[in-house]
Design a protein around this ligand. Structure first.
Ligand code: FMN
Length: 210
C-alpha cells in the first residue's frame, strides 16, 4: 500500500473546515486518454482541491487475470495488484468508480475485476447461522459515474432497461456501500462547451466528496 494511504484529518480551507475523506477513484476504462479518463481527473482534482486524500487507480495499470476460472469452487490466488486494491477499498471512506457505457453495461475488464476481487471474506460473507449476507463494507459511501457515447441515460433506459442497477445495488450495495449514480451522455453528440460544463459539475462532486 502506498504511503499516501493516511488516516483521516481535519483540513481548514479559507471559509470552512471539512473532515478530509479518504477517497478511492477507480477508472474502469482501460485507456486513460479518453473522456472517461478526463472525468476521473476532474473528480480527483476537485477532491484534492478541497483537501481530501485521493488514491487513484486506473484499471489499465492493474496486472490480473479477469477470468474467475472456477467460480467459487476453487480458490484462485489473488495477484498482488488485487490484494493492494482490496486494501485501498478497506482504507477508503468513499469509493468512486468511473467507466464508459459499453453495450449497456460496464467494460468486460471491470466486470472481470469484480469477479476476481469482490470475494467472500473481503466484501461479504454468507452467514450460515442467520442465512443472510454479512456486508463488510457498510461504513463506506460510493459514487458511480457512467459515460455514454450515443444515448442519453433516458434513451438507454427506455430502449434496454436499467443499466446501472447491477453495479449500484448488485455489486457495491451487496457489500453495504451506499452508492449514488451519475450518468453523462451522449458525449459523442454534444459540443465541447457541454462536455466542459459536465466536467465542472464533476469537479464540484469531487470537492463535496459525494
Ligand atoms: C465497445 C463499445 C460499446 C459501446 N456501447 C455503447 C452503448 O451501449 N451506448 C452508448 O451510448 N454508447 C456506447 N458506446 C460509446 C461509449 O459509451 C463512449 O465511447 C464512451 O462513453 C465515452 O468515450 P471515452 O471512451 O472517450 O471515455 C460504446 C463504445 C464502445 C467502444
Amino acid at each position: 500500500m502506498s504511503a499516501s494511504l493516511q488516516a483521516r484529518s481535519l483540513v481548514y480551507l479559507p471559509n470552512m473546515a471539512i473532515t478530509a475523506k479518504n477517497i478511492l477513484v477507480l477508472l474502469g476504462h482501460p485507456d486513460t486518454d479518453t473522456f472517461s479518463g478526463n472525468v476521473a481527473d476532474h473528480y480527483q482534482a476537485g477532491a484534492e482541491d478541497a483537501g481530501h486524500i485521493v488514491e487513484r487507480v486506473n484499471i489499465g495499470d492493474l496486472n490480473f487475470d479477469p477470468i474467475l476460472h472456477k467460480g467459487y469452487k476453487e480458490i484462485q490466488a489473488l495477484e498482488p495488484d488485487l490484494l493492494t486494491l482490496q486494501d485501498k477499498f478497506r482504507w477508503a471512506d468513499h469509493v468512486v468508480i468511473i467507466y464508459p457505457n459499453w453495450w449497456v453495461t460496464m467494460p468486460a475488464i471491470l466486470k472481470g475485476l469484480f469477479d476476481r476481487f469482490w470475494l467472500p471474506g473481503f466484501a461479504f460473507n454468507f452467514n450460515k447461522e442467520t442465512k443472510r449476507i454479512d456486508q463488510h463494507l457498510k461504513d463506506k459511501t460510493g459514487r458511480v459515474i457512467v459515460i455514454s457515447g450515443t444515448h442519453t441515460a433516458f434513451q438507454t433506459w427506455w430502449n434496454y432497461g436499467d443499466f446501472t442497477n447491477e453495479i449500484q445495488h448488485g455489486i457495491l450495495g451487496f457489500a453495504g456501500i451506499k452508492t449514488k449514480v451519475k450518468t453523462l451522455g451522449p458525449c459523442e453528440k454534444v459540443d465541447g462547451f457541454c462536455r466542459e460544463s459536465w466536467l465542472k459539475d464533476i469537479e464540484k462532486l469531487g470537492q463535496k466528496a459525494c
